[in-house]
Design a binder for this molecule. Structure first.
Ligand SMILES: [Zn+2]
Ligand SMILES: [Zn+2]
Length: 464
């Protein structure tokens, strides 16, 4: 077995031995556990009790079991895919290169489980086109049949992570009682399990794109078998679960905060989480799974964009460019509308001013009309110019905002409902404490003075 040095955080020499295999164990900072590089065992540093298992796979040399499979390696981007001897690759769906080298498997290839393809190539393209239609300003290349015909069925390597999670969340809550408000300090600990949270172990495919086509239906999960390979290509993982520990913990922490928010929203009329004070996950377990994905990278104006369709459920997504001209036209039209509103609004100043003057001086006959007109335009000019302080940054922001729309927005990962496992129950320790009573009027006042000055607020109301 070969291990990269960065997989293991070595704090000096370790005298502790792995209870499972007898090799030395070292402290891993990301996990907060002692880690055995030989068998993947994780142990609690204080008690040496087992805290799960996270291990690299497919590190052994290919054996006779692998003789029925071949590997295609892309000469230009290095993507390596595994398939059977009757399936051949003519181009690389990651970079488009036709130069692929096929060879005998260099390393073992033995995932634990897999979900078979259920969606055909035609269905995948149809689903993708349906989705692409809902996105505005997608360039023609991304709906071209010739381009889409290159979409390829890949089994993408995923780490399905199980963990026991415990998180401490704090915040503030309010209960409305007529004109009065009860204010609470929220302090809760949640204990729950998550099962099979998927993380793709493929550097060449964006995590957010893979999250966008989640979830998979785990009921159809099968033990891995080579017979699922013909006609498809299996990607090799290049990120182990250990490499991804930061990403895994961030997602689990977000889940912890999300679940407290949702549960507490029912009890409180207003709830604000300040944050996860402590998140702690333990008893990690991993399953090395292959998930079916129809995938294609498309090159456009010097950048690569990806499209993906869930090969089991048919859910389509992509990170696509959108036509910049359309975006800029949109920004221009909406800015013109804002500027029109602005000009009309500032005309209120001279209108009121002149009305006041007329009231004070009185209209002394037609001869003086020019005086009022002059006053009107002078006041208007002053109002317009001084208002520029507000309107210029506002319009500029509009144009810089438009840069965010250069790529189509895609769905976020599913929320915790998809992955929480309630078979072992769900515990929430509630230590919320009553702080003080306030009235709605106090609260409104606080809110009013807490933020921006009134002028900015009024402007924000008008120019939304
Ligand atoms: Zn061990
Ligand atoms: Zn390639």
């Amino acid at each position: 077995m070969t291990w990269k040095n960065e997989d293991i955080n070595i704090n000096g020499t370790s005298s502790a031995k792995c209870p499972n295999c007898g090799a030395s164990v070292f402290y891993n900072e990301k996990l907060g556990k002692l880690f055995c590089a030989m068998c993947g065992g994780l142990y609690d540093p204080e008690s040496m009790k087992s805290a799960g298992r996270i291990e690299n796979r497919d590190t052994a040399d290919a054996g006779s079991e692998e003789d029925n499979k071949q590997e295609f390696v892309c000469d230009s981007c290095g993507a390596a895919v595994v398939t059977d001897y009757n399936t051949s690759a003519t181009f690389c769906a990651f970079c488009g290169s036709p130069t692929l080298i096929n060879r005998r498997l260099s390393r073992a290839f033995r995932p634990d489980v897999l979900i078979p393809f259920k969606i055909s190539k035609e269905e995948a393209i149809a689903n993708y086109l349906k989705w692409a239609k809902t996105q505005k300003g997608v360039p023609k290349k991304f709906t071209s049949e010739a381009v889409l015909s290159k979409i390829t069925g890949y089994y993408i390597p995923f780490w399905l992570i199980d963990a026991d999670c415990k998180s401490e969340v704090s915040g503030t809550g309010q209960k409305f009682k007529g004109e009065n408000i009860e204010n609470y300090e929220i302090d809760r600990t949640l204990v729950y399990n998550v099962r099979r949270v998927p993380f793709d172990g493929c550097k060449k495919i964006s995590n957010t794109l893979m999250e966008a086509i989640e979830p998979y239906d785990y009921k159809e999960i099968k033990d891995y078998n080579d017979m699922y390979l013909p006609g498809f290509f299996a990607q090799r993982y290049d990120l182990s679960a250990l490499d991804m520990m930061d990403i895994i913990r961030i997602r689990l922490d977000n889940y912890a905060e999300g679940i407290v928010k949702r549960l507490s929203a029912k009890e409180y009329d207003y709830f604000k989480a300040v944050g996860v004070r402590g998140a702690y996950s333990d008893n990690y377990d991993q399953l090395y799974a292959l998930m079916p994905v129809w995938f294609l990278n498309i090159e456009y104006e010097g950048s690569m964009y990806s499209i993906a369709v869930n090969g089991q459920t048919g859910k389509a997504s992509g990170s696509l460019p959108i036509n910049k001209r359309r975006v800029h036209t949109h920004a221009l039209v909406s800015s013109l509308w804002e500027i029109t509103k602005y000009i009309l609004l500032t005309a209120l100043v001279p209108a009121l001013g002149v009305a006041l003057l007329m009231f004070l001086i009185g209209n002394k006959g037609g001869d003086f009309d020019w005086f009022y007109w002059m006053m009107f335009f002078v006041l208007w000019a002053v109002a317009l110019l001084s208002g520029l302080i507000f309107i210029v940054p506002h319009v500029r922001k509009k144009f810089s905002d438009s840069s965010f729309y250069e790529s189509v927005t895609i769905d976020k990962a599913p929320n915790i409902d998809e992955y929480i496992d309630l078979t072992n129950g769900f515990k929430m320790d509630i230590r919320d404490t009553f702080m003080y009573m306030s009235t709605k009027a106090d609260d409104d006042k606080n809110k009013e003075f807490s933020k921006e000055p009134l002028s900015v607020k009024v402007l924000n109301k008008i120019f939304k």
